[in-house]
Design a protein around this ligand. Structure first.
Ligand code: KIV
Length: 304
């Protein structure tokens, strides 16, 4: 972790993304939705923090990202902002927030930038989003594109499946990536596409590609933090590498707490507050009561 920090101590910015690609540096991206997680990720030296609309799945308990609202994204992004100093902070534009016209989309993107403190917004879709991306960039709103498996199109796609498997689909992906870059996107997320196609896109693009389920040939890799930490309930996708099992660790900690409470060994004397002797004497007299001699617990929980 310290290694990462020393390696890239300078603030990651929109222009520095392209410079990193030119230098051949691999960038690292993780999602965050709250202050402590964002702060830990930032202090670990991760380059890009994405407030993803995967918030819907991993925090809000929905089956997909469709119901996530702009207010929920603004709130999460504002919270994450307070924990991020170095990483580039990107916020997802949720489903419905950029679909009904460019003026509405600009207004909504401005909320994420101005109210919530994001440095770029991300939106899903290929060439058909190019005019909108150009408009946003013209309004000083940096944009990250997102093609391949676009979770907001789950109904249209009929599920979460590998994209870009046929020649036609691969050609569309290449054209989409070019259109996004020409429109001014500062990076492009490639989700669940064959690694060969992702590498081709990466080689042809002058902005970084950020892969998830897109193989090692991308310029950057992103994972949903809950998947990486093992803090989820469903079986994860094959492209996820789980580095911890927080669900198990958290369950263990909670169970031990419950056991201690039920056994009367929490809280101990050291974890509670004693009435000062003088106050105890005064109170006993004034209230005409015998104050309980507190049944102090030893470290083992036996009454001392
Ligand atoms: O919402 C999200 O977390 C994402 C990443 C998976 C790229 O879009």
């Amino acid at each position: 972790m310290a290694y990462l920090k020393q390696q890239r101590p300078e603030k990651v910015t929109v222009p520095s993304l392209r410079a990193s690609k030119e230098r051949g540096e691999r960038l690292v991206c993780l999602t965050a939705y709250d202050y402590p997680t964002a702060r830990i990720i930032d202090e670990a030296g991760i380059d890009i923090i994405l407030v993803g609309d995967s918030l819907g799945n991993v925090v809000l308990g929905y089956d997909n990202t469709i119901p996530v609202t702009l207010d929920e994204m603004v709130n999460a992004t504002r919270t994450v902002r307070r924990g991020v100093a170095r990483a580039l902070l990107v916020a997802d534009m949720p489903y419905g927030s950029y679909h009904t016209g460019a003026d509405v989309a600009v207004g909504n993107a401005l909320r994420l930038i101005k109210e919530a403190g994001a440095e770029a917004v991300k939106l899903e879709g290929g060439a058909r989003r190019a005019p909108l991306i150009k408009r946003l960039v013209d309004e000083e709103i940096p944009v990250v594109g997102h093609i391949g498996l676009t979770p907001q199109s789950v109904h249209k796609l009929g599920g979460f499946r590998l994209q870009g498997k046929t020649t036609q689909a691969a050609r569309t992906l290449l054209d989409d990536a070019r259109a996004l870059e020409d429109a001014g996107a500062c990076a492009i997320v490639l989700e669940v596409v064959p690694r060969e196609i992702a590498q081709l896109v990466t080689e042809r693009a002058s902005v970084p590609t950020i892969g998830i389920g897109a193989g090692a040939g991308c310029d950057a890799q992103v994972l949903v933090i809950h998947d990486l930490l093992g803090l989820m309930f469903d079986k994860s996708f094959r492209h996820v590498r789980q580095y911890a099992n927080l669900r198990e660790s958290v369950t263990d900690a909670i169970s031990r707490f419950a056991e201690d409470v039920r056994a009367g060994v929490f809280p101990s004397e050291a974890e509670s507050y004693k009435l000062p002797d003088a106050a105890a004497t005064e109170m006993a007299t004034e209230l005409d009561v015998e104050l309980p001699t507190t049944p102090a617990l030893t470290e083992k929980g036996d009454k001392g």
